[in-house]
Design a protein around this ligand. Structure first.
Ligand code: TNX
Length: 513
């Protein structure tokens, strides 16, 4: 970001208008959104009107795609000029305007005041993101979150200029997306007979025995995707395979190696029963599922999981062993690679590509797959060296289910330790990569696994303020990163969170970083 502060400020009054390029509905909605933000801060709601042709004249806030800008600003970059007489926000694409609007929000007062005193400080900003994948993940399987909250979560992403929402929709403890061809996935797989009380290392395990679950209909999924799209956020769905499949196997035990029966898991962890790789039905089923899932999500990329799939059952399964022999595979890792490659071919045939957790490197990476590197950055580094796209999501920097303060003062969590300063230290591009390899690092993402995050307030607590640190890592050039300055600027951000009613972790700074 280049920022130059000017003299004076632009007063926002009840007469202020927002001008947008005429006949551009997209710009009109961005204008409306800005108008609402101004209303929130200033108590006046500027009218959105068509801009007169020619150069902007004094007196309003202009949102425009018509100003010549360097191509280097890309689709997400923007130029913001605040002068005492006018504000001009210009970009190459609407998403640039949307992101620039988030900067205007940051210039508005954090507390609602009266219109007479509200003004934007004079600045000239030229800005664009460092990375194209600025992601946040949400696990809705271990605990379920309703549509209204998922939308709120998307609003938080937008506030932080994040652009990718990774929606973890299937796991051992619940299948959360309606699939019309397989109704039992949600009627059976969407519900469990209870939830673990306490930490999984506490012995003996105790459960609350309260039936728990929920799922999204395809209509609700479309609603969320549309909501995200209006905020220039791509929703990447994740359908887990071959592991983390107990909920699906409970509904359709014939897709397992043993035939079951199974129960949707109440415990957290990694389970031996996974989709059977020796059974043709498994592939038909997963293709049918993806055939329904893919059209719901405009995203070009689909997450197929791939993590934590124990090979115990495949090792004991005659059909899996026969498949290995027939395909000349030397071990079960190669069988998983065969599995993923078959699914990749199918997804590619529908014009989309896959991303998977870094275990998909084992036994050979599928030709067009991207890798999400979670067990450190090594997997991602190797994948980039093999010319595959990579999203970095190393546990020790961006697992937001980990503790952010002293354990005794924090709510029960899975453990780990990722304080705010650690998130800020993340450098997504490994220095070991050559210049040519570096372009495969698309960006990074924080993951929110919800085993110990039972409600919405707790999601907010775990995610904020750490998302702000990640947002800066992903947006700002490495050279401009500055921890003391970040800490100081966060004081304003906390006020902004307060105004929005966010339950952020107030403890975040009071700990060793
Ligand atoms: C590992 S990260 C998992 C998840 C757990 C998480 C808990 C990954 C690909 N798999 O299933 O929820 O650890 O931190």
């Amino acid at each position: 970001m280049q920022l130059t502060t000017g003299n004076g400020s632009f007063p926002v009054t009840s007469a202020t208008k927002i001008y947008v390029d005429p006949k551009n509905e997209e710009l009109r909605s961005i204008g409306q959104a800005l108008s609402q933000e101004i209303q929130r801060a200033a108590g006046v709601q500027p009218q959105v009107v068509a801009a007169p042709s020619g150069k902007p004249s004094a007196g309003g806030i202009y949102l425009t795609l018509r100003q010549p800008l360097p191509d280097t600003l890309g689709a997400e970059g923007y130029k913001l000029s605040v002068q005492p007489t006018q504000v001009v926000l210009a970009a190459n694409q609407p998403q640039g305007l949307f992101l620039g609007m988030q900067t205007i929000r940051q210039l508005l007062p954090t507390q609602r005041t009266t219109a007479a005193t509200v003004s934007l400080p004079a600045v000239e900003v030229v800005d664009k993101p460092r990375y194209q994948w600025r992601g946040m993940h949400l696990d809705v399987c271990r605990h379920f979150f309703p549509v209204e909250f998922v939308k709120k979560y998307i609003d938080y992403l937008a506030l932080h200029k994040m652009n990718t929402f990774h929606w973890h929709l299937t796991d051992d403890q619940g299948w959360r997306i309606e699939i019309k061809k397989y109704p039992k996935l949600t009627s059976v797989g969407g519900w469990r007979d209870g939830t673990l009380i306490g930490h999984y290392t506490d012995q003996p395990h105790q459960f609350d025995n309260i039936r728990y679950g929920g799922f999204y209909t395809q209509e609700q999924i479309k609603e969320v995707v549309k909501y995200a799209q209006e905020r220039y956020i791509t929703v990447v769905p994740e359908i887990e395979m071959p592991g983390h499949a107990v909920a699906a196997l409970t509904a359709y035990p014939e897709l397992s190696c043993t035939g079951g029966p199974f129960k949707v898991e109440r415990l957290w962890g990694v389970f031996d029963d996974i989709f059977c790789a020796g059974n043709e039905q498994t592939f038909t089923f997963l293709q049918d599922v993806l055939t329904e899932v893919m059209p719901l999500f405009p995203s070009k990329i689909v997450h197929i999981g791939g993590d934590e799939a124990p090979k115990t059952r495949w090792h004991e399964c005659p059909k899996c062993q026969a498949r290995m022999k027939a395909e000349n595979l030397k071990d079960e890792h190669e069988l998983q690679s065969y599995f993923v490659q078959r699914m990749e071919k199918f997804v590619n045939s529908k014009g989309k590509t896959i991303i998977g957790w870094d275990e998909i490197l084992e036994g050979g990476l599928a030709p067009n797959a991207a890798v999400m590197s979670w067990r450190g950055m090594e997997g991602g580094t190797t994948a980039a060296q093999q010319k595959h796209n990579v999203v970095m999501t190393p546990g020790s920097y961006v697992y937001f289910d980990y503790l952010q303060g002293e354990a005794s003062l924090e709510p029960l969590s899975i453990g780990g330790y990722v304080p705010l300063g650690k998130v800020y230290e993340l450098e997504p591009t490994p220095p070991a990569l050559t210049a040519a390899e570096r372009k495969y690092i698309l960006g990074a993402q924080a993951n929110l696994w919800t085993e110990y995050i039972p409600n919405e307030k707790q999601v907010e607590y775990m995610v904020m303020p750490r998302m702000a640190a990640l947002a800066e890592v992903l947006w700002t050039p490495a050279k401009q990163k500055n921890w003391p300055s970040f800490k100081e600027r966060m004081q304003k951000q906390y006020q902004r969170y307060d105004a929005l009613g966010v339950n952020y972790a107030r403890s975040a700074f009071n700990v060793r970083q």
